[in-house]
Design a protein around this ligand. Structure first.
Ligand code: PA5
Ligand code: NI
Length: 195
């Protein structure tokens, strides 16, 4: 980490950065309870420990004036009919936002507010997505065989709040039915007043 300006390269073909401080690997076993089809999850876990996504980050101080940045790479695949996805989270400082630039692949960002408003935005190479303050966000790779690669940046003081998403997920599941992307109501999701 430095206080001086710097540049780095995104090595798209290798799926990494020319310079990074932290490499996070999220495997199937790290997302226990996240996928709706519990049976498919268990049987898949018995066969292979798939890597669902990688995150490469440059270390910055967790201060409001900083921007934390890096790339996330969500690999292609499904658990049952649900596409591989990130855990998803609110920011601990809920009034903070995030910006994503999709560099490769096909996917969607599924988002929702604590009040139950929700949105889904398609992602493909070149697209920029702005996630406003208060919106939880989860990246989903809906491609058949390609990684979904995105550059992200968010305020240094944002923090990650996984709690409510880990308990009940997002309002919509992103699934493939008969070869097509379909949003399906998440049976575990409760309205704010039912929680
Ligand atoms: O801050 C972000 O939103 C991203 O850097 C994510 O942390 C990354 O995509 C991994 O997702 P998650 O933290 O929900 O596992
Ligand atoms: Ni975030």
């Amino acid at each position: 980490m430095t206080g001086k300006p710097y540049t780095f390269d995104i090595l798209l073909d290798e799926g990494t950065l020319s310079n990074y401080d932290n490499h996070l690997v999220r495997k199937l076993s790290d997302l226990k309870g996240y996928f709706n089809d519990r049976e498919a999850y268990q049987s898949m876990l018995g066969v292979e420990e798939a890597v669902l996504y990688d995150v490469y980050e440059l270390h910055r101080p967790e201060l409001a004036g900083e921007l934390l940045h890096g790339i996330s790479i969500i690999h292609p695949g499904k658990v049952g009919s649900e596409y591989f996805m990130t855990k998803g989270h609110f920011h601990t400082v809920i009034e903070t936002s995030e910006v994503y630039h999709c560099l490769k692949g096909e996917g969607v960002m599924i988002m929702e507010t604590p009040e139950g408003e929700w949105a889904v935005e398609p992602l493909s190479s070149g697209k920029v997505l702005y996630v406003p303050p208060r919106w939880a966000h989860r990246s989903v790779n809906t491609g058949a065989d390609e990684d979904l690669v995105m550059f992200f940046a968010y305020p240094g003081n944002a923090g990650h709040d996984y709690g409510s998403i880990e308990r009940q997920g997002f309002r919509q599941l992103v699934t493939e039915i008969d070869g097509k992307l379909e949003l399906v109501k998440n049976p575990r999701w409760l309205r704010p007043e039912e929680r």
